[in-house]
Ligand binder design. Sequence first.
Ligand code: GLC
Ligand code: MG
Length: 253
Amino acid sequence: MKPFLFVSDLDDTLVYRTVGDDNALPELNQLLSQHRQEYGTKIVYSTGRSPVLYKQLQAQKNILQPDALVLSVGTEIYLDGTDTPDSGWSEILSPGWQRETVLSITQKYRELVRQPDSEQRPFKVSFFLQQEVSARVIPQLEAELQKKYKLNVKLIYSSGIDLDIVPHSSDKGQAMQFLRRKWKFAAEQTVVCGDSGNDIALFAVGNERGIIVGNARKELLQWHNEYPFDYHYLAKSFCAGGIIEGLNYFGLL
Ligand code: GLC
Ligand code: MG
């Protein structure tokens, strides 16, 4: 057996956010930690959550201590349990990132409702935006930020409600590849898992193995239908159960 790089979203991928039980989670935890111990497999959690909301989840659910933590939709990387974001990654995100300008432009949009302060991060500005108006507002806002003001930003919409604005060089996919190169894992020995819009970057960035859990949201399923690849597996089971199914499918365990 060879080591692999395991990168998973948390909410509604590794664990249930609201409804559903985490029955398969202890088995997945056991399989992963054993693989880490025996073969040097690395475990990474990659989430939209800030440090504050990550700590909340950690207190509620039985999750492992990861080798690296990617928070705030890929804009912060924490290695080996430290509390300070990796400066090598921040340096990649800094050039051209104008947080204040983004904030003042977005203020004009009545449809954008600011997320709680804890979710506003150095490289991430986040709003709630209702699904019904998103198809109209997002292209308009994107054109204003990128074309009119020439800002190097990316808009990421997830779960029919969350809108994140981040540096163009950042997302979960870029952060994953940063770690993959750092630890020298081949794409074939890397597996990413997700359920929603902010996970599309994990699947779209390269040819890493991908597990889409059975309970995935519409936006990710639509993307998968449009861009089907044989190295992406759509699981039948939900959450951790779907991940176990996918790891077996790829012969990684
Ligand atoms: C998490 C974060 C939120 C973000 C969302 C989607 O829920 O707390 O700020 O918008 O993920 O990335
Ligand atoms: Mg999720």
